[in-house]
Design a protein around this ligand. Structure first.
Ligand code: ADP
Length: 321
């Protein structure tokens, strides 16, 4: 750990987080032991193929799912030990933005009602003050006050995501889980939404967990990136290092799929064999070994340990033990 890291304050500390779902009387291990600090003011990217448990991490952390095991400390307070009432208060600080803004916005509510809903639930603002604040929020996310009386279907995908962001910001949160907020948007719109999120982070001192299923856009918003596979942690380091010096074979494969804008640079595409195994019966030892191009005998027998292989660069892989 260097001096830099020591000076950073964790806003959230996720400790051995597990979430198992019961499916046909079997345990589906969606999240199987995630431990990570999220520092105040940073964006932690959370990356992995679809189905690897990213969304479940985000939702369980903020108690939208009941955790199976583990702790999440927010400013030192364990969210999982709070009563419903105490958690309700905490929800002002902790918000979520969803992937599909159309599904998460009530189609029968006007924009004013949607963005105003958190004020109604928490009883914080009323009447004229509330309307003024809604206008302010619309302007903050690049929409106009006139949009207040319209319905979600009257907007484009990008604008709908802006409405979702305005709603998440209503109660001036400190931490936002951004659950694939750009995945459903056209590529041309993705950068605009990422830039808006960055801008808002600067202005409001926000901390993000930014979930994405590929590594192409996440680099531009994340300070550090955590790679996951089948409910487990694979690799964690700052964005630049992850792109320049990936350690884990899974990260290398994910990166090989990211297009490089410079035609001079050629990167060999690593195609992983087979499908992601079922989280109901994950492979023994290293869960990635059935698809790993570098798997060794030990990988089937022993689960690799999570360790700091280089300064501030962590991975769990027998190649580095
Ligand atoms: P990701 O966000 O990486 O796409 P998810 O967290 O959505 O992955 O899902 C992880 C695993 O948990 C998947 O196998 C998914 O089918 C399963 N899962 C997610 N939510 C539920 C649920 N409510 N009930 C049962 N299984 C679920």
């Amino acid at each position: 750990m260097n001096g830099n890291t020591l000076r950073k304050t964790p806003l959230l500390q996720v400790k051995n987080l597990k979430k198992y779902f019961n499916v046909n009387k079997k345990k589906l291990k969606a999240v199987d032991g995630i431990t990570v600090d999220i520092y105040a003011g940073e964006t932690l990217g959370l990356v992995g193929e679809s189905g690897c448990g990213k969304s479940t991490v985000g939702r369980t952390m903020i108690r939208l799912h009941t955790p199976t095991e583990g702790e999440v400390l927010y400013k030192g307070v364990n969210l999982f030990s709070l009563s419903e009432r105490e958690m309700m208060k905490m929800r002002r600080d902790i918000q979520i933005i969803f992937q599909d803004p159309y599904a998460s916005l009530n189609p029968r509510m006007t924009v004013e009602e949607i963005i105003g809903e958190p004020f109604a639930i928490h009883g914080t603002l009323h009447g004229k003050k509330k309307r003024e604040r809604i206008k302010e929020l619309l302007n903050l996310v690049g929409l106009q006050s006139e949009h207040m009386n319209r319905f979600p279907h009257e907007f484009s995908g990008g604008q709908r995501q802006r409405i979702g962001i305005a709603r998440a910001l209503a109660l001036e949160p400190r931490f936002i889980v951004c659950d694939e907020p750009i995945s459903a948007l056209d590529v041309s719109i993705q950068a605009q939404v990422v830039n808006l999120l960055k801008e808002l982070q600067q202005k409001m001192g926000l901390t993000y967990l930014f979930i994405a299923h590929d590594l192409s856009m996440v680099k531009y918003i994340s300070d550090r990136i955590l790679v996951m596979y089948l409910g487990n942690m694979v690799e964690l380091t700052d964005s630049a290092h992850l792109y320049d010096e990936p350690l884990h074979p899974y990260t290398k494969a994910l990166l090989s799929a990211v297009p490089i804008p410079d035609p001079e640079i050629k990167r060999e595409r690593i195609v992983l064999k087979g499908d992601v195994p079922s989280p109901i019966e994950p492979p023994s030892g290293c869960v990635f070994r059935t698809r790993c191009p570098e798997a060794m005998d030990i990988c089937a027998r022993v689960k690799p340990t999570w360790q700091e292989v280089k300064l501030d660069h962590y991975t769990a892989c027998h190649l580095y033990e």
